[in-house]
Unconditional design. Structure first.
Length: 222
């Protein structure tokens, strides 16, 4: 074990096996699969880099990068697979979000005729898709802030097609991230507000009632 190469290889193999045991017992690590390939990625906090290791049962490849997505993409390419990479940020003044039609009481199937017109002529910058069995629109739209873009898009859909898109495709909107007015936290706030906008009227509360509630509860009125 005096050879530094052998020592490094031993450390790598030991780390791989320990990480595999940790994943099997506690679900640790981030794992992606594709074409029989398993990839595990983890962060080295000392250097701030991610290392991804792929294994297809015949060989193993490791790549390091500044993000888990990029390290994983490099591994996929090392195995001759098409790599997925996140889109670059939208231009300044534009925002990406997904609107889902998921009413609280019931919702049609994504291919229901009630969506035919919206599917054929969606708002500019929006593409129809399916999200968890619901009709959805993946959008890139302009706005001063994220919620401005969301509100304008929802208004266009409501006025043109009679549908209130009251879901921003967040599985757990109660979780929080203080990442600014255009980040994930803003999406969570937007989803909670849209849910209130749909559910309040079903209970007899008008939009004015809901706005008044926010003003009083948040301290805008005394």
């Amino acid at each position: 074990m005096s050879d530094p190469v052998d020592a490094a290889q031993f450390a790598f193999e030991l780390g791989w096996r320990l990480r595999g045991l940790d994943a099997a017992v506690g679900g640790g690590g981030r794992r992606r699969k594709g074409a029989g390939l398993s990839v595990r990625a983890w962060l080295d906090p000392d250097v701030g880099l991610w290392t991804a290791v792929g294994d297809d049962g015949e060989r193993r490849e490791a790549r390091t990068a500044g993000s888990a997505d990029e390290a994983t993409a490099l591994v996929h390419e090392a195995f001759g697979l098409t790599a997925w990479r996140p889109q670059p940020p939208p231009p300044a003044g534009w925002h990406r979000f997904t609107l889902v039609h998921r009413p609280v009481d019931d919702y049609p199937a994504p291919d229901d005729p009630c969506y035919a017109a919206l599917r054929a002529r969606p708002p500019g910058g929006c593409v129809p898709e399916e999200a968890d069995g619901c009709f959805a629109l993946r959008c890139e739209r302009p706005g001063a802030r994220l919620l401005d873009a969301v509100a304008a898009t929802c208004a266009e859909i409501r006025d043109g097609y009679g549908l209130l898109m009251a879901d921003l495709a967040l599985a757990r909107p109660e979780e929080w991230s203080a990442d600014g007015s255009d980040g994930w936290g803003a999406e969570a706030v937007g989803q909670l507000l849209l849910m209130a906008a749909e559910r309040g009227p079903k209970l007899g509360y008008s939009v004015e009632d809901l706005a008044g509630f926010l003003r009083v509860a948040a301290g805008a009125e005394r």
